[in-house]
Ligand binder design. Sequence first.
Ligand SMILES: Cc1cc2nc3c(=O)[nH]c(=O)nc-3n(C[C@H](O)[C@H](O)[C@H](O)COP(=O)(O)O)c2cc1C
Length: 192
Amino acid sequence: MKLLHIDSSALGANSVTRELSAAVTARWQDEVAGLSIDYRDLDADPIPHLTGRSLAKVNPAETEESERILQQFLDADVIVLGAPMYNFGIPSTLKAWIDRVAVSGKTFRYTADGPEGLARGKKAIIVSGRGGLHSGQPSDFQETYLRHVLGFIGVTDVEFVRAEGVSYSPQHRADALAAAHASIPLPQRKAA
Ligand SMILES: Cc1cc2nc3c(=O)[nH]c(=O)nc-3n(C[C@H](O)[C@H](O)[C@H](O)COP(=O)(O)O)c2cc1C
């Protein structure tokens, strides 16, 4: 089984999502024998914005990198996405990654009956960190967007590990982190 671990927080060692996404990955590594793990830190190693030049494949190095990012996504069985809320949405570094994996003809296509997701059979664990409280609120353009775009490309098995209200007080942060650690989903064991 292959797990792709992505981080996008700009807060380094102080990041809630980095702590939690590392914990998710470590738990899966403990549970799944022979799990292979790919990692990308989108803050330390950002992907260029998708531009007209990207679509026209003007720069061979960029095209190759784009294809490698897409293939890494296609190869993964489980995707652990560290996804902080920044300005009610996701970090632009994470959006740049999504722009490389949501590719017409590869991960989705349009048919006479509407769009069809092609990246089926994967599981996504979205590690969500937010300073305020947004669950179920109109201000949530982060988790709702991620669920929608992943579903659009065929990833419908999506679970959230969420720490929110972390900016309210140190106690809120500690409580939210503890609850998030306790909610980490594990692989489903096959019945004996
Ligand atoms: C640039 C920036 C923008 C942010 N925007 C929001 C926001 O719109 N709403 C919110 O509730 N928290 C916001 N926050 C707080 C973060 O969501 C919170 O710090 C969370 O822990 C981020 O995850 P991280 O610690 O892994 O980076 C923002 C933080 C930063 C650094």
